[in-house]
Design a protein around this ligand. Structure first.
Ligand code: NAD
Length: 312
């Protein structure tokens, strides 16, 4: 049978994920894409059509969310914030999804647990599966198809979602029931938020005390301070080839997304009465950075008094 796939949200992450999905599905299937940002869908169609010498599933741009809901057996959403996820799934539930049987909805956005559970219940009430499957690996992982998915789903829904996610990533970790994928993601990103700042501070003070940036990074990366920001996303330009710092901090994990995830983690921790002592000062730093800059410009050695005063 010819399957119809829906993909909503062709942003930094969704675009390459949808591209990888298309490459892995049979040529006879079709992929229906939708984004409120029209240039993203036009670019996607243009780019995938230019690949069609080699065949591949056809790509259709949906005119509305309802179009996607009507035709797609499996829908993947990759949207910025809880409010966007809510809006999109509310639209879906208006489309008489009851008339269709047993569809699968996969939300890969990083949102809060409550919204995800609410959206999931509304979809399950109409007889379909909904799973939360936020990702780790950034734009690089999305493009290379090496993402890690953190899956919150019932056993049967997890079995259904796994092969779909494997088309866009390398690892799928089933954390438990609905909502637990998001808890895993928020715990991870809390650690990332802190490590970003600590790496910038450590690099800055080492450099100011006379160390060569590359030498310092190499040392940290074979010592106990090693972490993703030191090793992959080092904030000092020129230290790691291909890192956003080397291209004026463009194309990385945006500071507003980091600030959003940190706030989601703080809210989730409050619900569980779990202490996050470093969270408050980190939140302030990210908020200040968001006000003054759109990129994660945290460590140009010559101009940083990093973290202590400002992040730009
Ligand atoms: P993005 O802002 O680049 O892309 C989001 C896309 O959703 C945009 O193209 C936007 O136009 C579209 N959109 C917004 N509202 C919509 C609606 N109502 N209907 C249809 N489309 C809509 O964001 P991103 O970087 O791709 O991130 C998406 C999610 O993935 C976020 O929750 C983020 O926290 C998470 N995430 C991002 C990264 C990263 O490195 N960028 C890494 C891991 C997880």
């Amino acid at each position: 049978t010819q399957a119809k796939w829906g993909f909503i949200g062709l942003g930094q992450m969704g675009y390459p994920m949808a591209k990888n999905l298309r490459a892995k599905i049979p040529d006879t299937d079709s992929l229906i894409v939708y984004d409120i940002n029209e240039p993203a869908t036009s670019r996607f169609v243009e780019e995938t059509n230019s690949l069609t010498g080699s065949g591949g599933a056809s790509v259709i741009v949906a005119q509305s969310l309802q179009d996607v809901a009507h035709v797609s057996d499996t829908v993947i959403t990759m949207l910025p914030q809880p409010k966007h996820v809510k809006t999109v799934y509310e639209e879906f539930t208006k489309t008489k999804l009851k008339n269709y049987s047993d569809r699968l909805y996969i939300d890969c956005s990083t949102i809060d647990v409550k919204t995800s559970l609410e959206v999931g219940s509304s979809i399950r009430a109409l007889g379909h599966d909904f799973v939360d499957a936020p990702v780790s690996g950034g734009v690089v992982g999305a493009s290379a198809g090496t993402l890690t998915f953190m899956l919150g789903a019932s056993g049967p829904a997890a079995l259904r979602a796994q092969p779909v996610l494997e088309k866009m990533g390398k690892r799928v970790v089933h954390m438990g029931d609905p909502g637990t994928g998001i808890v895993g993601k928020l715990a991870n990103n809390y650690l990332l938020a802190i490590n970003n700042l600590a790496t910038a501070e450590a690099m800055n003070f080492g450099i100011r005390l006379g160390l060569d940036a590359k030498k310092l990074a190499n040392l940290i990366n074979c010592s106990t301070g090693r972490c993703w920001p030191s090793e992959v996303n080092n904030p000092v330009p020129g230290v790691i080839e291909g890192a956003p710092a080397g291209r004026e901090y463009s194309g990385g994990f945006g500071v507003s997304l980091m600030a959003k995830d940190l706030k989601l983690a703080i809210a989730a921790a409050e619900l569980a009465d779990a202490k996050l002592i470093l969270a408050e000062s980190a939140r302030k730093l990210y908020d200040d950075a968001e006000e003054t800059s759109t990129s994660f410009n945290i460590a140009t050695p010559s101009e940083t008094t990093i973290a202590a005063e400002t992040l730009t």
